[in-house]
Design a protein around this ligand. Structure first.
Ligand SMILES: *[C@@H]1O[C@H](CO)[C@@H](O)[C@H](O)[C@H]1NC(C)=O
Ligand SMILES: *[C@@H]1O[C@H](CO)[C@@H](O)[C@H](O)[C@H]1NC(C)=O
Ligand SMILES: *[C@@H]1O[C@H](CO)[C@@H](O)[C@H](O)[C@H]1NC(C)=O
Ligand SMILES: *[C@@H]1O[C@H](CO)[C@@H](O)[C@H](O)[C@H]1NC(C)=O
Ligand SMILES: *[C@@H]1O[C@H](CO)[C@@H](O)[C@H](O)[C@H]1NC(C)=O
Ligand SMILES: *[C@@H]1O[C@H](CO)[C@@H](O)[C@H](O)[C@H]1NC(C)=O
Ligand SMILES: *[C@@H]1O[C@H](CO)[C@@H](O)[C@H](O)[C@H]1NC(C)=O
Length: 446
């Protein structure tokens, strides 16, 4: 805690000095200064007099936790107490009023938009797609994005406020700055069902040349006050992000007693990720293509180091999650993209069970429509992708040389997640050989 405050303090001093020269930085430092206000950094659960839960049981648990020195997750209560609490329908050890806060952690090209949609369905859900995009962009422009520790802290604080339906910290990172809390610039607003339905969508009809901000409706710019009201009115909240690289940095968020956080980490075969990125971001991956043609990959190249860094971060986070630390108990689940592709409905049900949110007919319907999981669906939606087949396509697009490089630098990560190595191109492209180990992750810590 002390180190964290010292870090924040140093940042503030640094930023205040540069502030005069840059508008952007002044807004960034506002954000950091905000973190110092007592409401933002509560020390114990007792600071939360006015939380959504009320009752002697809650009070007792707060006191217990204080006495035993844990802050907020009450995992030292006995197993019976847990059961009781579940029967009470209170969720586990938070004052969130049964509200669940789902954080879908992924990296790009792991199917996270697809999986995010599972939690974007049904009238109970409030879903945000990559809100941290704004934070990353502004900090990058301000030259402040290169310190991972500082970045992780800011991401966490923005997420924490969002989970409480407070958009104001995020607002400071939206560019151009919202006017009267209204912005036309929220990243991928149209990906969030709640932000495109009444009453958040204020219909505009007048100007045909105006840019509209939702796919299915003509909505005007987003009123963040309305967004926040909608958020409060929904039962559950899910956020998808590819920007959080250290699970550990989220600990204060997970331990916040106002929240009932469930983290789902979505991973994928790193060879498939590379193959997919080479297609999706073709020009950025030109060097890889050249290497593949030459058959030579300089392993001390920055690109290769970055790949290794990404793999290591994903693995470290998963190792933290799978090691079942107290603060994450029953709050972490690891899911492989490949398993979702093979058994979408089953995996979605598992994920919902883990979150404690009832699996809605709307979610089921969406999955059916988008995966062809049943015989009937196949007939009706014949143009839809066969997701299982899609998930294997990379085996034919990645040059074998590059697959080998990934195996070398991402080996431990692949082992942990159960992705089989290949020793020759024939195996890589032989579809009757599975590259997946069946691996039950004792991840949901049930
Ligand atoms: C990040 O910033 C903190 C505090 O400003 C500093 O202690 C730490 O060394 C920095 N880390 C890197 C990698 O620059
Ligand atoms: C909580 O309640 C106590 C007594 O009711 C009061 O003294 C204290 O200021 C309150 N704290 C907050 C953060 O509201
Ligand atoms: C906190 O709760 C008390 C009663 O429990 C109430 O009088 C007060 O208005 C509440 N404050 C806020 C900010 O909700
Ligand atoms: C808790 O709720 C009960 C009734 O549900 C009410 O009588 C009591 O005043 C509430 N206590 C607080 C601290 O809000
Ligand atoms: C945004 O919505 C709030 C809540 O309905 C309203 O009070 C406010 O006037 C709206 N802002 C603008 C600029 O329309
Ligand atoms: C999808 O493709 C896989 C692999 O070719 C096949 O085994 C599976 O039966 C297909 N599923 C559907 C629903 O078509
Ligand atoms: C693919 O692998 C299977 C099982 O190992 C093998 O029987 C088959 O001959 C292989 N196919 C080709 C084209 O190599």
């Amino acid at each position: 805690m002390k180190t964290k405050h010292a870090i924040v303090f140093i940042c503030i001093v640094a930023l205040v000095i540069i502030e005069k020269e840059s508008n952007i930085l002044s807004r960034v430092s506002d954000k950091l200064i905000q973190r110092q206000t007592p409401q933002q950094t509560p020390q114990t659960p007792l600071d939360y007099n006015n939380t959504t839960q009320n009752g002697s049981l809650t009070m007792l648990k707060m006191l217990l936790s204080k006495l035993t020195g844990t802050s907020g997750n009450y995992s030292n209560l006995s197993e019976e107490d847990e059961k009781e609490e579940e029967l009470d329908g209170l969720g586990s050890y938070s004052y969130s009023g049964g509200r669940k806060h789902i954080l879908l952690l992924a990296t790009t090209r792991t199917g996270s938009s697809f999986v995010g949609e599972f939690f974007n369905q049904g009238e109970n859900m409030f879903y945000l797609f990559e809100p941290l995009w704004h934070v990353e962009r502004m900090l990058t422009m301000a030259g402040e994005a290169n310190n991972g520790t500082v970045l992780a802290g800011i991401y966490r604080d923005v997420l924490q406020a969002l989970f409480l339906c407070d958009f104001s910290p995020l607002e400071k990172f939206i560019s151009p700055p919202p006017q009267d809390h209204v912005t036309p610039a929220l990243f991928r607003r149209e990906s969030s069902v709640s932000l495109c339905e009444e009453p958040v969508c204020s219909p505009v009809i007048k100007d045909v040349f105006e840019r509209f901000h939702c796919k299915t409706r003509r909505c005007g710019p987003l009123n963040l006050t309305l967004a926040s009201e909608s958020c409060l009115s929904k039962k559950h909240f899910a956020i998808k992000t590819v920007r959080v690289h250290q699970l550990e940095a989220l600990r204060p968020l997970v331990e916040d007693p106002r929240l009932d956080v469930r983290v789902i980490q979505l991973v994928r075969d790193p060879r498939a990720i590379l193959a997919s990125r080479m297609v999706a971001f073709s020009s950025k991956y030109q060097t890889w293509k050249t290497w593949a043609q030459d058959g030579q990959v300089p392993e001390d190249d920055e690109e290769v180091k970055r790949l290794k860094g990404n793999c290591d971060h994903i693995r470290w986070s998963a190792e933290v999650g799978l090691s079942c630390p107290r603060w994450l108990r029953r709050r972490y689940m690891l899911v492989r993209y490949e398993d979702i592709a093979r058994f979408p409905m089953q995996k979605a049900e598992e994920m919902y069970r883990f979150t404690g949110i009832p699996f809605s007919p709307q979610a089921r319907e969406w999955i059916l429509r988008n995966t062809q999981t049943t015989q009937e669906a196949r007939g009706i939606y014949s143009t839809q992708k066969n997701s299982s087949e899609q998930a294997e396509k990379w085996r034919f697009s990645i040059p074998f040389t590059l697959a080998q490089v990934v195996q070398r630098v991402c080996g431990p990560t692949m082992k942990l997640f159960g992705y089989r190595f290949v020793d020759d191109e024939e195996t890589l492209t032989n579809k009757s050989i599975s590259l997946l180990e069946e691996k039950p992750f004792q991840s949901s810590n049930m």
